[in-house]
Write a protein that binds this ligand. Structure first.
Ligand code: OVM
Length: 394
């Protein structure tokens, strides 16, 4: 069997601006493809992506989940103790964090988030066209997340530039990465400093992480690094998740009418937006051994690019995958990844999105596009730059 060798560059501007246009070609080229430009393998079909995410012993994270191979290159920052580790270290750190980001903690703050979303939407309804990216998608996580973690006051504006740089850093050293690293210089220092025990307020997730250090489950510098994970993974992702959710309904008014007629579809709608939207497009793994996948041998040490967003629209698994349909069962999507590294903060993301949706359902008859949405190119995130809309009062 011969494997398809492709000149396609998934990190070129046109691919990042319109990734879904390239996914059918990628999936149809084979279960495993060779990406000449980067000298790595790629998988874009649901079955193989999910299998690779599940097989953490073969497709490891400890050599980085970006293009850079930590066995040969120095990472741009000290490595994440969650994202960029394998068992046994990962089992220990993830165990700590699973207790910190618990459902009971989130349930306790959810009413506050719902109130906040309701108040914010009330200021926007009937007030003419506005950009939903700053006014909703950024406003909600920035109002919620720093408080949840217990971040010091002042400097929240660094969170998004830091996240943007971190997500660009999973791709090649292209112009996007250089630019965002430059733009995040002050942000990186602020984030590092903000993770320290003496900078955190009592009552937040940060304090609970340091409590784990006090119990001997990790040391103090590990605790700082685990706080950093919350700040890296928790902001730009949810900003774009919410932006994407609003964008999806603005573009599909019939789905919005369906949701308003049947508000108990809200949970399914959030899940479908995670499947359909492709906020996290890709992550890499590294082969820890030579492994055969669908007749192709992937040698030890190979980087493998997993196209999560392409897997979430693979017609081999989903029916009419390009359709945004809030009544479908989107469960099993890999928008949060799969297996041992599956998103730690997925319930934070869902609760935020559900709070926004509940506020919109209660107050908004129509989410009317005011101008075409624009994209903000990123090596990992399918990010929105602007989502101009008008909220018509219910
Ligand atoms: C981290 C982290 C975790 C998940 C995602 C992420 C993708 C970073 O631990 O720093 O950015």
């Amino acid at each position: 069997m011969t494997m398809a060798s492709l000149a396609f560059d998934p990190f070129a501007d046109d691919a990042l601006a319109n990734p879904f246009a390239h996914h059918a070609g990628l999936r149809d080229a084979g279960a495993v493809v060779w990406l000449e430009r980067y000298g790595c393998f790629g998988m874009a079909r649901y079955a193989e992506v999910r299998a690779a995410l599940t097989d953490w012993e073969t497709f490891i994270s400890g050599r980085g989940v970006g293009l850079s191979d930590f066995a040969h290159e120095v990472p741009w920052r000290s490595v994440s103790l969650l994202l960029e580790t394998d068992p046994p270290v990962h089992s220990r750190t993830r165990g700590i964090m699973n207790k910190v980001v618990s459902l009971s903690t989130l349930r306790a703050v959810q009413p506050m988030w719902q109130r906040l979303a309701g108040e914010l939407v009330a200021t926007l309804v009937g007030s003419g066209p506005f950009d939903a990216v700053p006014h909703l998608a950024e406003a909600i996580p920035l109002a919620i997340f720093p408080q949840l973690v217990g971040l010091r006051d002042g400097g929240d504006e660094h969170l998004i530039p830091y996240g943007t740089a971190a997500f660009n850093a999973f791709g090649p050293r292209n112009r996007l990465l250089e630019q965002s690293l430059n733009q995040a210089e002050g942000a990186t220092a602020w984030v590092m400093e903000s993770c320290r025990r003496d900078r955190l307020k009592p009552g937040g997730l940060g304090e609970q992480i340091f409590a784990a250090a006090d119990r001997g489950e990790c040391d103090e510098t590990e605790a700082e690094r685990l706080v950093r994970s919350l700040l890296t993974a928790g902001v730009d992702t949810t900003v774009n998740g919410i932006a994407n959710l609003i964008h999806a309904f603005a573009e599909h008014p019939e789905q919005w009418r369906k949701l308003r007629a049947q508000p108990d579809l809200a949970r399914k709608a959030v899940e479908e937006s995670l499947r359909w939207g492709g906020v996290i497009q890709t992550f890499f793994r590294t082969a820890s051994r030579a492994v055969e996948v669908a007749g192709t041998t992937i040698p030890e040490g190979s980087k493998v690019l997993l196209f999560l967003a392409a897997a979430n629209r693979d017609p081999r698994h989903w029916s009419e995958p390009d359709r945004f349909d809030i009544t479908r069962s989107a469960s099993g999507h890999v928008g949060f990844g799969f297996g041992i590294h599956q998103c730690l903060g997925q319930m934070v993301a869902r609760f935020e999105a559900e709070a926004v949706l509940a506020a919109l359902i209660a107050q908004v008859a129509e989410i009317r596009p005011a101008a075409p949405a624009t994209r903000r190119l990123n090596n990992t995130l399918f990010a929105l730059g602007t989502v101009p809309v008008e909220l018509i009062a219910a």
